[in-house]
Design a protein. Sequence first.
Length: 271
Amino acid sequence: MTDPLHTDLLALAQEAARRAGELLRDGRPADLGVAATKSSPIDVVTEMDIAAEKLITGFLAERRPDDGFLGEEGASTDGTSGIRWVIDPLDGTVNYLYGLPTWAVSIAAEQDGETVVGVVTAPMRGETCSAVRGRGARATGAWDGERVLRCRPAPPLDQALISTGFNYVAEVRAHQADVAQRLIPRLRDIRRSGSAAVDLCDVAAGRLDGYYERGLHPWDLAAGDLIAREAGALTGGRPGERPSRELTVAGTPGVFEPLQRLLEDFGAWHD
């Protein structure tokens, strides 16, 4: 049964993401610079990250003033409605800073702690992926109308194309490189896009067979995780656990479990 609240939340998330994506795409200064750093000097925030989050939270708060917020650039309120918006206003900031096209706006809505709506818009691709819990995942893009998203049929692991990402803390990055070095002979290949939200949507769209990363925050994965699951992918963390900062894994059924087992064997979740 369609939940009218979830339908309304989806429409709001899509509109907020569209507006933020247009701001980021069309308003990028030619002399864009770093406004602040986070975990390390190479983990950056730009003035546009901050402006996009303000746009999103302002738009949503005007229409749903009792909702809570959790945003990468500091938005944090509890709310009283049972709905919380989890926002990454610019996933792939370093790509954006350098003028690379792989970046996205990610907005999820949680109801009583469970993600019920996810929207990821990638303006330089001209694509938006969306999902509502229990209602599947869809995308709009250069094609006509909406396209239903389904993950790929599972290949053998040695024929699987897998994406990953690397942390901005040098010691963690070195360990991740060691894990990737051990993993790559067992796969078709590894990709690194620079945006967790885009990678999760690419699993949903059948452009990747799987994805894993250590160190993600809730705003990095909330929307993309729902989109991937609603497209038929499996997601998790360490075996038996949900995605977390320790480890996030997503994959088409048949790839997910052997990939997760290898990552556990290789200690992908710790130094």
